[in-house]
Ligand binder design. Structure first.
Ligand SMILES: NC(=O)c1ccc[n+]([C@@H]2O[C@H](COP(=O)([O-])OP(=O)(O)OC[C@H]3O[C@@H](n4cnc5c(N)ncnc54)[C@H](O)[C@@H]3O)[C@@H](O)[C@H]2O)c1
Ligand SMILES: [Zn+2]
Length: 368
């Protein structure tokens, strides 16, 4: 099997990310060797079930004595307490004298929900991640942050709970809508800016292959990003050592944009952080932290992938208030991740409101 493995080193919670084009076809032996349990509960949604019912059956045919599929609604709606409690109830009814394990088959929504379910059911049962979106393969399936949303904010009820393995099969990305591919590519650009000049150049040189879903090209980027995320997570599993924060590049302003448009489909997460990354690069330029040439390269790459670099149809006050709320919520002083060159960032605290406001204003489309 032609696969690449990346290990996430976390003492007794160490696990592998297995990346390749035939991972799901060949993954059964990997799962058997992990001895996860006898009874698999696969959490997925109707969209994925329709596309991959047979694939799911195949994966678990020989590595579990029984398999039960749990369908939850498509999209962010699934990350709610209502869906979670329904799921826990059905799992508890099924789990009479069984040894169950949970499998997340889906994007970040399914991964976060299934992981949180696994974390709290009987104080923790084993679970595995089978990410099916680019965003989930490069980001959400790795690192053990699992959560559901509360009405007041996203991801507010959660835990750190690591999967036993992550199976990233790049062939499932073939059915992903184009907008979802670009959504994930925004996170890939993030990794390139914060840690990987080689990846940045690869993105500059391989746009058509990537947007055309060339499997070898997708495999390369999923691998590079997994290596970076695995390292960052291994040095800061619980996000309390100031290492994991660099993954937030573009996210402070990005979250403010998502929140200002009420998490509607106007800006998906990748689109919002695309603008956030350009805005943070501009702040870095204003503070003399980055050269104009590198700042331009970041903006050009984001635009080259058809991701937005400007904010349309939103008022500055809405975005700014959302940003302030976020700022207050975390700590009194703001804390932004700013690029210093391609492949390197700096965490900067206490940036003046004037600079933040000016950088956002420059991104606004007048009358938009
Ligand atoms: N835990 C973390 O560290 C972390 C990190 C980043 C994001 N997240 C979370 O991830 C979520 C977003 O994840 P996402 O962007 O993957 O969105 P998603 O899970 O909603 O998936 C996007 C859409 O694509 C569909 N889909 C998924 N795979 C498909 C495939 N192979 N073919 C066709 N359609 C497919 C889904 O049904 C859905 O409609 C958010 O809830 C966010 O909070 C978590
Ligand atoms: Zn993100």
């Amino acid at each position: 099997m032609s696969v690449k493995k990346v290990r996430v080193f976390l003492k007794d919670r160490t696990y592998d990310i297995v990346i390749g084009r035939r991972v799901l076809k060949e993954g059964r032996s990997l799962l058997r060797s992990l001895a996860l349990g006898h009874d698999a509960i696969v959490i997925t949604n109707p969209t994925l079930h329709k596309l991959y019912k047979e694939t799911i059956k195949d994966i678990f045919r020989n590595c579990a004595s029984s398999m039960r599929i749990e369908l939850v609604p498509d999209s962010e709606r699934a990350k709610s307490f209502q869906v979670l409690t329904g799921l826990l109830d059905r799992i508890a009814k099924f789990d009479k004298n069984r040894r169950i394990f949970i499998a997340a088959f889906g994007g970040g929504v399914i991964g976060d929900l299934a992981g949180f379910t696994a974390a709290i059911y009987k104080r923790g049962v084993p679970y595995i991640q089978i990410p099916t979106t680019l965003l989930a393969q490069v980001d959400s399936a790795i690192g053990g942050k699992v959560a559901v949303d509360l009405p007041i904010a996203k991801n507010l009820a959660g835990a750190f709970y690591q999967p036993r393995i992550v199976l990233s099969d790049t062939s499932v990305l073939g059915t992903l809508p184009d907008r979802q591919i670009r959504n994930g590519l925004a996170e890939v650009i993030k990794y390139a800016v914060i840690k990987d000049p080689w990846l940045f150049q690869f993105l500059e040189n391989n746009r058509d292959r990537l947007l055309g879903l060339d499997e070898a090209a997708l495999e390369s980027i999923v691998y590079r990003c997994s290596v970076i995320k695995a390292k960052v997570v291994a040095s800061d599993e619980f996000d309390n050592k100031g290492v994991r924060v660099i993954l937030n590049y573009g996210h402070t302003i990005g979250h403010a944009i998502e929140s200002a448009c009420g998490y509607s489909t106007r800006y998906n997460h990748g689109e919002a952080i695309a603008v956030g990354m350009v805005t943070a690069a501009r702040m870095a330029l204003m503070l003399g932290l980055i050269k104009r040439h590198d700042e331009l390269r970041i903006e050009s790459l984001i635009r080259y992938y058809g991701l937005p670099t400007l904010i349309k149809g939103l008022k500055l006050s809405l975005i700014y208030n959302a940003y302030l709320h976020d700022k207050k919520f975390i700590r009194a002083k703001n804390r932004l991740v700013l690029p210093t060159k391609i492949g390197s960032v700096k965490v900067v605290e206490g940036i003046s409101d004037a600079i933040v406001k000016r950088a956002i204003t420059e991104r606004m489309v007048r009358g938009g």
